[in-house]
Design a protein around this ligand. Structure first.
Ligand code: ASP
Ligand code: MG
Length: 803
């Protein structure tokens, strides 16, 4: 025997009731043995209560009652509800005359919803040829006399049920009213709101059913509410203990007491969807597989009350007074938190009870206020509770860190010791984001990384291409979902919550003009988590946004060098802000493009290795220029022109030749070693003769030959087997506040490491104390859009791995 329970939504007019009939017919045709337990249809119970409340105030309720009636008989004109409505009419009339009603009367009124519902379904099933039998729960379930919340008398109820089913068994489908019962005087009682679940569980218990199938309007229990968390997944199997935690924290489908009759007899409970009944739903059994975290449950409408007092330490009975005062007003507390200093206590109560709770506590502690033992009682209304079911404190740091990283700071958290449940109180406006962050972290479906890319020139454009191309593979392999939600140039921004696609170049033309605050607002409004801003511009002003971005939850990656070569004050301030907001800034491509240079130096330095000197060819364009000029017997201007033509230099090659770019890179490395050098400290050998430094680029390009004599001379004056290299050299006593930074043209032996560099490669020699005279050498392509974009991509991936 299986018990099928259908809730109000399943039984509503329209699709619902037809589906219910189909499901029952199907099972009967399959020869399955079933019993059906029903709620009232739609919102009938609420409506009956509303009408009752009108009647008691002697307001006119007839119209509303008529609407209610029409709802019950709609589409089934041959269905007779005269008896039920005669009863209701009498009850409402009496209440209206008396201006009062008891809980007993209320139970009589509400019970009609279930009676009509079960009678109607029996009627329809009979018309379809099913041998259905209307069964009034009041004749089976006997209870104590606590109207509105009656407790079943087990022995008697069981006997009634067993006897009834002995009479009506086999091919009969008993259609039982849920929720309603009767006391020993045969007066109607009810089992409390949502009580038909309880009726179904009791029947399952008494009849040793093989399964209780609870048909709802959702397809089971999810890892989180799918309306709030798009990535939420259905849970296939759950234990009663876990389900109990869920029930307690607001998943409406279950109530702790309904589970008990099932546990007692080891009867599984399946949550199914009337509107998608082929779906297997969620199965709840006694088996406790203890396999990790199951679900996130939310209490949305709650308030946090904080009672604070200096004089409370060691005072006995304060907590008892709080609870007694609240209990007196029937206010239930769902979360409590108190520190060992006993300076204050935080309580979570239902939102609509908060004002009353505060009032009651103020009354209770009136004299303590006076004595200054209690200072304040405050109420925070805009909060929600997230409970992580199955979570204990051994791995709680993971969701917690993820929240902090995303700037969601819980107001309070606590855990249950046995039930494996950690609950967090967060501001309501952060609930959505918090849920998604925790869900992404725990269920690891994949962690969403939301990226904003500024600058889509050569490097930026290539990066976007690379990310779009490999996003799927990365998601599969690393469970990281890289979502480019913004692309911007200096004028326009393209915003897309679910990520841009390959049409972004044409889409951005339609984009809107923006300020950085528009980006922040967008991320906020769409609850985007794990934010990264990428600066691939060469802009001197975009850097002004860095700190704002950090303050608003963005990690930073830049190929732009400006931020690291401005004044040391800014350098320090940025790092301070990063620390303060627990954000990271990666810029591996600032020196040597994609070569793993900065990270290597950082690690060496952090591990206490004394770096004594860093020397190398830092510029790809100047590397090409001097490598080729040293090797070939050609004019300097000719080689330079070739480098320009190949696109190795900036459009105005003086930007490379002046040495500032090499200087900046050298400065960035120096600062990695905690040296506080400024750009003006660098001794830069400018390769442009003084008379050619001013004037526009085209003029300069016409006069390249004027450089020939200078460099031919330098080349000829070298010792044998020597070549020219333009290098950066950081040396001096690197324990001091500042190092010596030289950018210069040198002549080195052809066979040395520097001498052997080819093409446009970069080379970096890192001298350290332990490695002695033998430097660590990092060499390879140190320029170009593809390798730089790859390097930026690497920084993004490194960021996703931290924390
Ligand atoms: N009809 C009752 C209620 O709305 C009982 C139930 O639906 O389970 O609370
Ligand atoms: Mg690099």
């Amino acid at each position: 025997m299986k018990i099928l329970k259908f809730g109000g939504k399943s039984l509503s007019n329209g699709e619902g009731i037809h589906k219910v009939v189909d499901i029952i017919e199907d099972k009967v045709n399959n020869g399955e043995l079933i019993t059906v337990v029903l709620s009232a249809r739609g919102k009938s119970t609420d409506e009956l209560e509303a009408i009752l409340n009108k009647a008691v105030r002697s307001e006119s309720y007839q119209k509303q009652l008529e609407v209610f009636k029409q709802y019950q008989v709609a589409n089934y004109p041959s269905f007779n509800v005269d008896d039920e409505f005669e009863t209701l009419d009498k009850l409402f009339e009496g209440v209206s005359l008396l201006g009062d009603y008891s809980k007993r009367i209320k139970d009589q009124v509400l019970s009609q919803g279930e009676v009509i519902s079960a009678k109607l379904l029996t009627h329809i099933l009979k018309e379809k040829g099913v041998n259905a039998n209307f069964t009034d729960g009041r004749e089976l379930i006997k209870t104590d006399g606590k109207f509105g919340e009656a407790e079943p008398l087990d022995k008697l109820s069981k006997k009634n049920v067993v006897d009834h089913f002995r009479k009506y068994n086999g091919a009969t489908v008993n259609v039982v009213t849920g929720f309603i019962a009767s006391n020993m005087n045969n007066e109607t009682t009810t089992l409390g709101r949502n009580g038909s679940n309880y009726t179904a569980a009791l029947l399952a218990n008494y009849l040793d059913a093989e399964e209780l199938q609870n048909f709802t309007h959702v397809s089971g229990i999810y890892t989180a509410n799918p309306d709030l968390v798009p990535d939420a997944k259905k849970i296939e199997k759950l234990s009663f203990t876990e389900a109990n935690e869920l029930a307690y924290f607001g998943a409406n489908i279950l109530h702790a007491k309904t589970i008990i009759p099932l546990i007692e007899k080891n009867i599984p409970l399946r949550i199914l969807n009337t509107f998608d009944h082929k779906n297997k739903g969620t199965l709840i059994t006694a088996e406790n597989d203890e396999k990790g975290i199951k679900s996130l449950s939310v209490l949305e409408n709650v308030s946090l009350i904080n009672l604070e007092g200096r004089g409370l330490l060691g005072k006995v009975g304060v907590d008892a007074r709080i609870f007694k005062a609240l209990a007196y007003k029937n206010i239930s507390v769902s979360i409590i938190s108190q520190g060992s200093s006993e300076r204050g206590i935080g309580l979570v109560v239902e939102g609509d009870k908060a004002i009353e709770a505060k009032k009651v506590l103020e009354q209770e502690f009136e004299t303590d206020f006076y004595k200054r033992d209690v200072n304040t009682i405050t109420v925070e209304n805009n909060v929600s509770v997230i409970s992580i079911i199955g979570q204990d404190l051994s791995t709680f740091h993971r969701p917690y860190n993820a929240l902090i990283k995303n700037q969601v700071i819980p107001l309070l958290f606590n855990n249950t010791i046995s039930g494996k449940n950690v609950s967090l109180v967060v501001y309501k406006n952060q609930l959505h984001k918090a849920l998604n962050v925790i869900h992404g972290e725990i269920f690891g479906v994949s962690k969403k990384i939301n990226i904003a890319i500024f600058g889509h020139g050569l490097v930026g454009g290539t990066l976007i291409y690379q990310i779009l191309k490999s996003a799927k593979k990365i998601e599969k392999r690393k469970k990281i979902d890289l979502n480019i939600f913004a692309v911007a140039n200096s004028k326009k921004i393209l915003l897309s919550k679910n990520g841009i696609d390959t049409n972004w170049r044409s889409d951005i033309i339609e984009g809107s003009s923006y300020g950085i605050e528009d980006l922040i607002k967008f991320a906020d409004e769409h609850h985007l988590e794990n934010l990264i801003a990428i600066d691939n511009t060469a802009s001197k002003v975009f850097v002004d946004n860095y700190i704002t971005l950090v303050e608003n939850g963005f990690d930073l990656v830049s190929s732009n060098k400006v931020a690291n070569t401005l004044g040391f004050d800014f350098y320090k301030e940025l790092r301070l802000k990063l620390d303060e907001h627990q954000k990271k800034y990666f810029y591996e491509t600032n020196v040597g493009a994609g070569l793993p240079l900065i990270d290597t130096i950082k690690l060496l330095h952090l591990s206490g290795e004394n770096i004594t000197r860093i020397k190398g060819v830092f510029s790809g364009s100047l590397s090409y220029l001097f490598n080729t000029f040293s090797k070939d017997d050609r004019k300097f201007s000719e080689v330079l022109q070739e480098a320009i033509d190949k696109g190795f230099t900036e459009p105005d090659p003086r930007e490379d030749l002046c040495g500032n770019d090499v200087g900046r890179k050298l400065l960035i490395l120096a600062r990695e070693l905690d040296l506080s050098n400024e750009f003006t400290d660098i001794n830069i050998h400018n390769l442009i003769p003084e008379n050619l430094r001013e004037g526009d680029a085209n003029k300069f390009l016409e006069r390249l030959e004027e450089l020939d004599a200078v460099y031919q001379n330098i080349k000829d004056e070298q010792k044998p087997n020597h070549v020219l290299r333009y290098i950066g050299d950081l040396h001096g006593d690197l324990f001091k506040e500042k190092g010596i930074l030289d950018v210069k043209l040198v002549s080195v032996e052809e066979s040395s490491a520097l001498g052997q560099v080819k093409g446009s490669d970069s080379i970096f020699e890192i001298y350290t104390e332990s490695y002695g005279d033998q430097p660590i050498v990092i060499q390879g392509a140190g320029a170009g859009a593809a390798v730089t974009a790859r390097g930026v991509f690497g920084d993004i991936l490194r960021l996703t791995e931290k924390g």
